[in-house]
Design a protein around this ligand. Structure first.
Ligand SMILES: [Zn+2]
Length: 67
């Protein structure tokens, strides 16, 4: 038995290649763009992520190392 996958999945993989990805903490769906980003101070950025698959939202904080 052969399982045929939807072609849009291939397009999604190509579109997100080489870009930062994060997985939904609820369902594991890959999210490639934060809903919005906020600069907290000089070297920290907070991202708000919203999953397109299940609608779950969560935040991450990224700290950039000082040069
Ligand atoms: Zn999700």
């Amino acid at each position: 038995m052969e399982l045929v996958r939807d072609f849009p999945m291939i397009g999604l993989a190509a579109r997100t290649h080489g870009r930062p990805l994060i997985e939904c903490r609820q369902c594991g769906f890959s999210i490639d763009m934060p809903e919005w980003s906020e600069n907290l101070d000089g070297d920290r950025v907070r991202h708000l992520w919203t999953c397109e698959a299940c609608g779950y939202s969560f935040e991450t904080t990224v700290r950039f190392a000082a040069a």
